[in-house]
Design a protein around this ligand. Sequence first.
Ligand SMILES: Nc1ncnc2c1ncn2[C@@H]1O[C@H](COP(=O)(O)OP(=O)(O)OP(=O)(O)O)[C@@H](O)[C@H]1O
Length: 468
Amino acid sequence: MHSPIVDIKNLIHDKLSIAHWQINAGQKACVVGRNGSGKQYLDKMLIDDVTLESFERFVVPSPEQVKVVSFETLQEVYENELKIDETDITDCIDDGTPARDFLPVNQHQNPLVAQFSLSHVMDKGYRLLSTGESRKLLILKALLDHIESPHLQLLICDNPFDSLDLKSVNELSDLLNTLSDYGITVLLCLSNRDDIPAWCEQIAIIDEGKLIDLSGIDEQQIQRQLESLMTDELADVAWPEHLEEPAPYPHDYLVELQNGKVSYQSDIIFSELDFAIKPLQHTLVTGANGCGKSTLLQLVTGDHPQCYNNKLSVLGFARGQGESIWQIKKQMGIVSPEIHRQYRVSCTVLATVVSGFFDSIGVYQQVESKHTDIAKQWLAKIGMLQYSAKLLSDLSFGEQRLVLIVRALVKSPYLLVMDEPTQGLDEVNRHRVLKFLQTLDQQQHSTVLFVSHREDEFIPMFKQHLAM
Ligand SMILES: Nc1ncnc2c1ncn2[C@@H]1O[C@H](COP(=O)(O)OP(=O)(O)OP(=O)(O)O)[C@@H](O)[C@H]1O
């Protein structure tokens, strides 16, 4: 019989309450909750980063024995990389700390590096890594640090399968399943029921700050509890009004790329790519982590320097013909992990949504009341109107992402570029976003370019599928 590694009884706090929750050493546990339900606070509590007010029993490993890998920790690493950016000092582009330097020196040859499909990015700077690559790197780091010097008792992975391709999801899942062999207890914090691995031995739910351990109740009851946790209470909120009736798209194609190529020195990300999008030909892009999906989308949005080396026309503008990037972006809504990372200005939720009308990070001009009205309607549609005056940075990662999605939608753009938009969203919010897209499809105005790894997002509205 294993002793409990986490044992909490009658904990009462304004952000989190727990009647009784126990995880035994070596047990494979998960906590399922909606965006903003308190998972992030739970993570902090388990690494001893909050002041507890009242509890009967509170047993957790010491902070150095616990590791959290989450979107928030990824963002911290990214911001730290920006702080230590030496571009200004050395006068050459600093791509960030090489991936290999995140790992203990003695472990560079560990077979797990290849097992995570990371060998080929070991010399790349952190800021060049794709979303999936950077997630895998941090999980691998936690594991190799432990192998190097065993210290870890509890590994908390927040939505670890988000942004990973199917092969990596399966490999990571298998690996997490074997971590008890290394003496590590795994706790997954999940926002989607489909992500609960078959090997998970214990489920708890967290709902509006209340954690309920479902141990000891039968499978049917567990399913019922999870079902009611993931019920959409906003299904009937009206679709926001348009600012004005948008004009029909005036060209034959929104995007035309001929013989597309992106390479870095000898490293060819893709080549000979012919790709076009006609009006209302909603397009799904899929492919393994690092295959170049975001790169392709950045070509389209004009955010990749190699868009000028390519024969590319976007929204009626041939690239490199003197068009301004802002002319093009005016007709585009964009949501991506990159924008989320960059949205670090101190900005309220309402201003963030309004900034979608101006394609800016933050708002720097006079805002008309019609813009504010539409933004508020959108916030009501996602159930976040009451957060209007809050700072974006004070929301959970998933809540921030939802706000950034409606930021991309507000102006009814001709082209909606969505790079893994639902990353970090809970099941209910993900389905809301997919429903938004289906409504957009019915309106016959915006065309969607969408990257996803999740097969349940490959919905019939997509008329074209580019598998890279
Ligand atoms: N400046 C650069 N120099 C070298 N390699 C780069 C550079 N910028 C990006 N890369 C590499 O290009 C590859 C493609 O990156 P991209 O972000 O397009 O992948 P992706 O298909 O979107 O992956 P994911 O599914 O993980 O988000 C990655 O391996 C990345 O490390």
